[in-house]
Design a protein around this ligand. Structure first.
Ligand code: CP
Ligand code: NVA
Length: 301
């Protein structure tokens, strides 16, 4: 593994290796066992969009691994004034040991990898959110024991989360159902790939999607960068909500996951978010452990 640009680039074995290392790093942190595996290394973190979890978990994670992290807001970088990504990549490659970037176009992340000479990590694009899904898979495995044969239902927008969840689930032997309004389906190439490689259902019937699910997942109706579509989306997504009626058709022991931030009363009710807070905040915690595993595998030789 040279970069983490999208989960589709990883093999099943690479994903399971990251999850195993994430579990080990979590155990060590829980037991105050130091693991300075990246002493002297520096991660640059470029943010063109807001973040709480990604920024803090990467920054704290690098510190816990004995290294350093630099928060680079695109507002302050020359990239925000139009310096091309191919120049930025070549310059930053000379100072840093890896770059995490959160931006809009997936092509920008791919360009950084093409022109830079250090590992690039996708910290969310409009297309994919691979770091989140590694934490999600770690969480599902913690609660369910195995991934193989489990079913995940995603309710909501066929966005970056849906795209990456489909790939992560299919690669690890899970089945996945997406309940989304017509016109908001996940990336067509990803759906085609998933159909050829596993069990995927795309439907506008959320009850069909959630039926017998082991994990029910949702995300905001309007992602970052879509703020001006929020009113239209509120109308188009009405009813595409994780609530107690929907959870009644999932498996009785199903967990609920949400990448957060959540909009209570839109994609999820306050009642369900609080009822399933254990799995949702374990999921948020696992961002730290899963990303530390990514950092170690990419930066440690
Ligand atoms: N889930 C997630 O990526 O959260 P942030 O936007 O806070 O980083
Ligand atoms: N789909 C959301 C995920 C946030 C973590 C967004 O892109 O804003």
């Amino acid at each position: 593994m040279k970069h983490l640009l999208k989960l589709g680039d990883l093999s099943k074995e690479e994903i399971l290796d990251l999850l195993g290392l994430a579990d080990q790093l979590k155990f060590e942190r829980r037991n105050n066992i130091p693991h300075p595996l990246l002493a002297g290394k520096t991660l640059g973190m470029i943010f063109q969009k807001s973040s709480t979890r990604t920024r803090v978990s990467f920054e704290a994670g690098m510190y816990q691994l004995g290294g350093n992290a630099l928060f680079l807001s695109s507002r302050d970088l020359q990239i925000g004034r139009g310096e091309p990504v191919q120049d930025t990549a070549r310059v930053l490659s000379r100072y840093l040991d890896a770059i995490m970037i959160r931006t809009y176009a997936q092509s920008e992340v791919e360009d950084l990898a093409r022109y830079g000479t250090i590992p690039i990590i996708n910290g969310l694009t409009d297309y994919a959110h691979p770091c989140q899904v590694l934490a999600d898979l770690q969480t599902i495995r913690e609660y369910k024991g195995t991934l193989q044969g489990r079913k995940l239902a995603f309710i909501g927008d066929g966005n970056n989360m849906a795209n990456s969840l489909i790939v992560g689930c299919i690669k690890t032997g899970m089945s996945v159902a997406v309940g989304c309004p017509k016109g908001y389906t996940p990336d067509a190439d990803i759906v085609r790939w998933a159909r050829e490689n596993g069990d995927v259902l795309i439907t506008d019937d959320i009850f069909e999607a959630a039926k017998d699910a082991d994990a029910v997942y949702t995300d905001v109706w309007a992602s970052m960068g879509m703020e001006e579509e929020a009113d239209r989306r509120r109308r188009d997504f009405a009813g595409f909500q994780v609530n107690s009626r929907l959870m009644a058709v999932a498996r009785p022991d199903a967990i609920v996951l949400h990448c957060l931030p959540a909009h209570r009363g839109e994609e999820i009710t306050d009642e369900i978010l609080e009822k399933y807070a254990a799995s949702i905040f374990d999921e948020a915690e696992n961002r730290l452990h899963a990303q530390k595993a990514v950092l170690v595998r990419l930066m440690n030789g």
